[in-house]
Design a protein around this ligand. Structure first.
Ligand code: SAH
Length: 258
């Protein structure tokens, strides 16, 4: 008996063992003892993770999949968390230990998974897995590109991102409508910001809300002084700014006195 794919849970089961193995091998395995797989489904990745030296845990929202895993992966037994990844507190399960994240992720919540990872970055040294190709590319994109945006800047502020490879729809059951892409995030040595984090998020989000406009126009709502707005950086559009330039910009805004 296998699990019947449910669309509302973003279930597309990978059927290519070779690709499953490549994803399982994408973590560097350095500096942590725990790995949490999000959305194991019927365990196509899990069985390779279980052969690794680290401790594999899985979190799965679908009770039918959980039942399947309990029957087929006896050695996983007490490390199956039947919950919504977006709603859990990682410290409840891992204390303050480091835990790497991996998965062939449910595409309907893929960007939320990334945002949750950024929030919990002090505990997550590494993250790899499969997204819709477009989302994977966006996370990895550098300035100067049309797809460079909020997700790229915020992720790259804390992690080094590498796009690993593309996966066609034909290797899934049922096949999704789009290509998929596998990426790896490795946390930077220094993953704290030299500026206020809330303000940094606000500057990045506000700037990209009107991505065709110059920062002088798009950041009007932040109520900045005229002298700051004459700074040459304000003549640029958000997609022209590197992550470091967004940090510098935030620092200037932080010091601004109106
Ligand atoms: N890794 C499996 C399944 C991928 S499909 C494979 O490659 O075949 C995505 C999986 O994520 C499904 O099993 C789905 O039930 C699970 N899922 C969906 N939303 C979830 C959530 N919020 N938290 C945990 N798991 C979730």
């Amino acid at each position: 008996m296998s699990v019947k794919a449910k669309k509302y849970l973003g279930q597309h089961f990978l059927k290519d063992e070779n690709i499953a193995l490549q994803i399982a091998d994408s973590l560097t395995e350095k500096g942590y003892k725990n790995v949490l797989e999000i959305g194991p489904g019927m365990g196509v990745l899990t069985k390779y993770l279980l052969k690794k030296p680290y401790k594999t845990h899985v979190i799965e929202i679908d009770s039918e999949s959980v039942e399947y895993l309990q029957v087929h992966y006896l050695n996983l037994a007490n490390r199956i968390i039947e919950k919504d990844f977006l709603k859990i507190d990682l410290t409840e399960f891992f204390g303050n230990e480091q835990v790497a994240i991996i998965g062939n992720f449910p595409y309907n919540i893929s960007t939320q998974i990334v945002f949750k990872t950024l929030e919990n970055r002090a505990q997550i040294p590494e993250f790899s897995g499969m997204f819709q190709k477009e989302v994977a590319k966006r996370i990895a994109e550098k300035e100067g590109s049309k797809t460079y945006g909020i997700l790229s800047v915020l992720t790259q502020a804390f992690y080094d991102v590498e796009y690993l490879f593309t996966v066609p729809p034909s290797v899934f059951n049922p096949p999704p409508k789009v290509d998929s892409g596998v990426i790896r995030l490795i946390r930077k040595k220094d993953y704290s910001l030299p500026v206020d984090e809330k303000l940094f998020y606000k500057v990045v989000k506000t700037a990209f809300q009107q991505r065709r406009k110059t920062l002088r126009n798009s950041l009007k709502t932040l109520n900045l002084s005229d002298s700051l707005r004459e700074d040459s950086i304000f003549a640029k559009r958000p997609e022209q700014l590197s992550v470091q330039e967004f940090i510098n910009l935030t620092s200037k805004i932080e010091k601004d006195v109106v």
